[in-house]
Ligand binder design. Structure first.
Ligand code: PEP
Ligand code: MG
Length: 808
């Protein structure tokens, strides 16, 4: 019997240190202790979904004791408890013990195989020793407005130009919450009551302006150091830079990333400007409503966390800290308490939340200070985000026209945009490798990511000129600049039309070298588009679309039927079917897999297929049958070692035998080069395949250690990085004379990359169908000798910016 323990704290370092201390007492005896603490290593906060996971992982069936630190840690833990399955909830106890003392004695009791109620009782009594020792000095609990006998008092003058507004208040609250101290604060100028220094919303109602002297009362175990820290934080003006101007829409661009080439000029249209409709029907089950709210808050917390990381990367830490205020609002006792009270009175979660948000926003609206009044918008924005997460309503991006301005878009929203109406997209955040941006590129919509939160303040209707090729935009440009953008955009459109007219012809460089330009497709529709847009072949058919979201794997006949339809749409063009590339972050419902800490470094691609030979063999059999009728290329994804390639080939040979006596007509076998080791071993691989296809989307994330879906490292995962170019060059060198080399990652669709890739020795390209005509044009413009020289210079360049400069 071992009871598990969960430590819930606002601070991850604090929780780890507490666990370290407890483990010291266990003398090597194992106890399951899980941590749900902080929003990341440095951001304070608690998250119900993380607590839920921690409870699940600590639970071995003998019960779980949850210990929490301050304030909303308790609310989050309660929420997690309600989200648990009934049986796990029945054996989980939220323990009121003080975190450190409780953890130490609970861990010791659990290590001694005590039952859950004994462990809980031990923890709850953890203060007994200290209390007995200090008994004479323990004061009676005071009333809220009365001084505590052992409390410390202090005061500070606020010098921040906007007073104790969201950012400094968030710093203050964070400082309070990380310590074992009770802090109360008041503003004598407005004769305010004493309010809880750990509540952002309470502090904001004090209307503290620049020049106000506020008073503090601090008590508790860490009263002294807490007061010292708060006073020194105030003396540093809460680490705010005074010279900084209030955020405003930028007149010109700063450092955004052009993620989808092209130009557009038009009126700004902000997505998500309408508040969703809130149902007002009463709800029968308050616990279920509280759970709904908790789930929506957890989703929103994750979204805001990503936005914060993006802002910190692109703009700076000071601007990013505005999101701390948003996060703290999600964690605010007063706001959550008001919503919960309404839910318990029978309101549905959405109505209760929107009423609580409206009441808090109204408090801000009523404040005399205009800057604090404006904070009501923060409350409404965060409230709106939670409401949308709860109601599952998207913003109004689908109706967009002109230049769409948004924080980020979901792939679904990106997919809905109409390229006839949306001339460009300007995203405050986002990553050029994220799926939404890939979708926008595929639609031919120019897009800039990382334009900064300032763009969210651009009023609807203001003309914005976007040059997504250069990653530049101008808000409200003068008439002549507007005209120039329009002119260039029209020129681009004309060029695109000319490219379309020649799309069916082969792409031949000026030196007479033919470079096949294929299509990347994921379904029958794409195959039709590829044929219409002049694809020479299909260089990458992502077969995942047949498998994802299914309860059962498609059988051989179903797969064969779909592959045949694609083949029909492609006419007599050669098609390259890539075997299943899922796993890790894209799990298959019918193949449950263990959770992985690093899914991109885990069981995905060929590794997953080899681990499930039944599923893999069915797919290979469908391909082998098709190969009897058409010239087919089969390609294996994510290959790292020769052994993997040999194992996959053996299964393919086996499938060819099982397919029947008719031999395949021109079957070719190839592999993706997505792992740096495979690029460097290309000579060894090339002896056993007909072709290599470089997947720059993955190769860049592995080469540069930059997760392709993580906004925070989007700038690092730059495909123009000379490090990546060396891997491409090594692949071509190793394969020379033995196997052909293609590039099928998104890089191939960037017109600037085309001469570079050809100069590095790439034989063929495969791109998203709308990019085929312009990619062919880019090939036609290549001067072979110059391309080779440029590629050599690029390999010697210091970084991606220098490579771009070389390309002009
Ligand atoms: C790649 O990694 O570049 C690639 C083409 O594969 P996918 O984007 O499907 O992972
Ligand atoms: Mg890949």
């Amino acid at each position: 019997m071992t009871v598990g323990i969960v430590v819930v704290s606002h601070s991850r370092p604090l929780a780890r240190a507490a666990v370290g201390l407890a483990q010291e007492m266990l003398h090597g005896k194992a106890v399951r202790i899980s941590i749900a603490a902080g929003l990341d290593d440095t951001t304070l906060g608690t998250d119900a979904s993380a607590i839920l996971e921690a409870i699940t992982s600590a639970d071995s069936g003998d019960g779980v004791l949850v210990l929490m630190d301050l304030g909303s840690a308790v609310l989050s833990a309660e929420l997690a408890l309600e989200l648990l399955d009934d049986d796990v909830r029945a054996r989980t106890v939220l323990c009121p013990a003080p975190l450190v003392e409780g953890l130490v004695v609970a861990a010791v009791a659990a290590a001694g195989d005590a039952a859950l109620d004994e462990v809980a009782a031990e923890a709850a009594g953890a203060l007994a020793g200290k209390a007995a020792h200090l008994e004479p000095a323990t004061p009676p609990a005071p009333a809220d407005d009365t001084a505590e006998p052992d409390e410390l008092t202090g005061s500070f003058v606020v010098n921040n130009p906007h007073g104790l507004h969201a950012r400094p208040a968030a710093r203050f609250v964070a400082e309070v919450r990380r310590r074992d101290a009770r802090v109360r604060i008041r503003n004598p100028r407005v004769d305010s009551p004493w309010v809880d220094g750990g509540s952002l919303s309470r502090i904001a109602t004090l209307a503290v302006r620049c020049g106000d002297e506020v008073e503090l009362r601090v008590s508790g175990g860490q009263a002294h150091e807490t007061l010292q820290h708060l006073l020194s934080l105030a003396a540093r003006n809460f680490d705010e830079d005074h010279t900084e101007a209030p955020p405003a829409a930028p007149a010109t661009a700063h450092t955004p990333i052009g993620a989808g080439p092209g130009m557009g000029v038009g009126p700004a249209y902000s997505a998500r400007s309408q508040t969703p409709d809130v149902p007002d029907a009463p709800a029968a089950d308050p616990a279920a409503e509280w759970r709904r709210l908790g789930t929506a808050i957890a989703d929103t917390r994750r979204t805001i966390g990503a936005l914060r990381a993006a802002t910190s990367r692109d703009i700076g830490e000071a601007e990013a800290s505005i999101f701390d205020a948003h996060q703290l609002l999600l964690d605010d006792d007063a706001l959550l308490g008001a919503a919960r009270a309404r839910i318990e009175q029978g309101e549905n979660a959405a109505a209760a939340w929107s009423q609580a948000v409206a009441a808090l926003a109204a408090e801000f609206d009523a404040l005399p200070d205009p800057y604090l009044q404006a904070r009501a918008e923060d409350v409404r924005a965060v409230g709106d985000q939670v409401l949308r997460a709860m109601l599952g309503t998207e913003g109004d991006a689908a109706a967009a026209s002109g230049v769409l301005v948004a924080g980020d878009l979901t792939p679904a929203e990106a997919a809905e945009l109409d390229p006839q109406r949306v001339v460009a997209v300007l995203l405050a955040f986002g990553s050029p490798h994220a799926h939404n941006v890939i979708l926008l590129r595929a639609k031919g919509i120019p897009v800039i990511v990382g334009a900064g939160p300032g763009v969210l303040g651009i009023p609807d209707g203001t003309v914005v000129a976007v040059d997504a090729t250069r990653g530049e935009f101008i808000v409200d440009p003068p008439a002549d600049v507007r005209e120039q953008f329009r002119h260039e955009a029209e020129t681009l459109t004309r060029r695109r039309q000319a490219a379309l007219q020649r799309a069916g012809e082969p792409a031949v460089t000026r030196g007479g070298r033919t470079v096949a330009v294929g299509a990347n497709i994921a379904g029958v529709e794409d195959a039709r588009a590829a044929a219409a847009l002049g694809a020479d072949h299909a260089g990458l058919i992502r077969t995942e679309f047949l498998f994802l979201g299914r309860r059962q794997a498609p059988d051989v006949d179903e797969q064969l039927a779909v592959y045949r339809k694609i083949a029909e749409s492609l006419g007599d063009r050669r098609m390259t079917l890539r075997t299943l590339d899922v796993g890790g972050d894209k799990p298959l419902e019918f193949l449950p897999a263990a959770a992985e800490l690093n899914p991109y470094l885990g069981v995905r691609g060929i590794r997953l297929s080899l681990a499930h030979p039944d599923v893999f063999s069915d797919q290979l059999l469908a391909m082998a049958k098709l190969a009897q009728d058409i010239p087919l290329s089969v390609m294996f994804p994510m290959v790292t070692t020769l052994d993997e390639l040999f194992a996959a080939r053996r299964l393919l040979d086996d499938a060819v035998r099982r397919a029947g006596p008719r031999p395949p007509t021109g079957l070719q076998v190839g592999m993706m080069v997505e792992v740096p080791a495979a690029a460097l071993k290309s000579a060894a691989f090339s002896r056993h395949v007909d072709f290599l296809s470089i997947g720059t989307n993955d190769l860049s994330q592995y080469a540069l250690a930059a997760d392709r879906n993580n906004d925070a490292v989007a700038g690092l995962g730059d495909t123009f990085d000379p490090g990546l170019l060396h891997l491409i060059a090594a692949t071509c060198r190793g394969a020379a004379g033995a196997a052909s080399v293609s590039v099928c990652g998104e890089f191939a669709a960037d017109a600037r990359a085309v001469p570079l890739l050809i100069g590095l020795g790439v034989d063929a390209l495969s791109v998203t169908p709308p990019a085929i005509p312009t990619t062919k044009e880019a090939v036609r413009a290549v001067d072979d000798r110059h391309a080779t020289e440029t590629a050599e210079a690029a390999l010697a360049a210091a970084g991606p910016a220098a490579v771009r400069d070389l390309l002009g």
